[in-house]
Design a binder for this molecule. Structure first.
Ligand SMILES: Nc1ncnc2c1ncn2[C@@H]1O[C@H](COP(=O)(O)OP(=O)(O)O)[C@@H](O)[C@H]1O
Ligand SMILES: [Mg+2]
Length: 329
């Protein structure tokens, strides 16, 4: 097949996307496909640029700054609307317009099959407030939350401190703060607002961090993340050695199947397609709380879906190829 890997984008996860894109391209070529790489900002990448990305050094322990991204954002993603003739597009974009349904809608118009969820489902999953309403409706437990404007008094009246403040439509823990007391709330709200006008204040769930990959309609083995910091922040996500990832997670058999069933239910509730990764917290009393669904999860060698697939004896190239197959009509 002839496959275009779309990567880069202008979200805070731009660097992660570049790192995913080169790995996916390499894997698909290994399986005999003809692959072209397209950075949605720069255009088609040649062998020299690709080699430089593969050699590493793109992914730093902090995200690119908002001003640089805003500058890039003014360049239109022309390559997306003038795609060369390909059988499918592999979306290695993360966050922003690549993951929120915008690029998906463009590709629908272009009539090219693309990996992952469609535009509506992508938009729903990107919006944590809407996602949580649908989770609740489908019987998938999720932490209590409120949307801005929020006062410390209101927080105290509902779930109290500590709480988590985050932009409703962001990823990679960017703009997120664990708030321990009322005095820390205003700064956290302001920080989150740099990334999204809609800010969410959520009940803090102590305990363990779990993630469930879905491929097709099937849940992959559950993973547990043990970050060096109290929350799984950007640095822990993308710096080797800053988080321990355990696949399969050390859970009792019925706990694993329970959280896997909740993940499938969340996947269906948001009308997701192809693959996704659903994040959970597990409280000390053993209750599961769904945090969010990631429709275009990371595909670097450190990433969680590739590790979950490996635990199910699915190699990285097989995973990439299966994701493409699931995109075909
Ligand atoms: N309500 C919460 N309780 C405890 N930890 C949380 C909560 N919300 C977020 N976190 C921590 O922050 C990380 C990122 O939050 P998440 O909602 O998944 O947003 P993102 O889209 O940025 O990944 C989680 O993986 C978890 O470690
Ligand atoms: Mg997450």
């Amino acid at each position: 097949m002839k496959i275009a890997v779309l990567m880069g984008g202008t979200s805070a996860e731009r660097d992660v996307s570049l790192a995913s894109g080169v790995r996916v391209a390499e894997a698909l070529r290994l399986r005999g496909h003809e692959v072209i790489l397209i950075d949605t900002v720069v255009g088609r990448l040649g062998p020299t640029e690709e080699a430089a990305l593969l050699a590493g050094g793109v992914l730093k322990s902090v995200p690119p700054d908002v001003h640089t991204l805003a500058r890039l954002d003014r360049q239109l993603p022309t390559e997306v609307s003038a795609l060369p003739d390909v059988d499918a597009v592999f979306l290695a974009l993360h966050g922003g317009r690549g993951e929120d349904g915008t690029v998906q809608a463009l590709l629908d118009l272009a009539g090219v099959p693309y990996t992952g969820s469609g535009h509506l489902a992508s938009a729903l999953a990107m919006d944590k407030d809407l996602s949580k309403r649908l989770f609740r409706q489908a019987g998938v437990p999720t932490p209590e939350w409120m949307m801005s404007p929020v006062t410390a008094r209101a927080v105290e009246g509902v779930f109290g401190f500590p709480c988590v403040v985050k932009p409703s439509k962001q990823g990679s823990t960017v703009g997120l703060t664990l708030v321990r007391g009322a005095n820390e709330l205003p700064a956290a709200l302001e920080h989150a607002r740099e990334y999204d006008d809609e800010v969410m204040v959520e009940q803090f769930i102590p305990g363990r961090e779990l993630t469930v990959g879905i491929l097709g309609e099937r849940a992959l083995p559950v993973g547990e993340i043990i970050p060096v910091h109290e929350i799984y922040d950007y640095e822990c996500k993308y710096t080797p050695g800053m988080a321990r990832e355990v696949f399969p997670a050390a859970l009792a058999g019925d706990e694993s199947s329970r959280v896997q069933a909740l993940a499938v239910r969340a996947f269906v509730a948001l009308k997701l397609r192809g693959y996704a990764r659903i994040d959970f917290r597990m409280s000390p009393s053993g209750e599961f709380f769904c945090l969010e669904a990631n429709t275009l999860p990371g595909m670097t060698e450190l990433s969680l879906i590739p590790q979950a697939a490996a635990a199910a004896q699915i190699s990285f190239p097989d995973l990439c190829e299966r994701i493409v197959e699931l995109a075909l009509p």
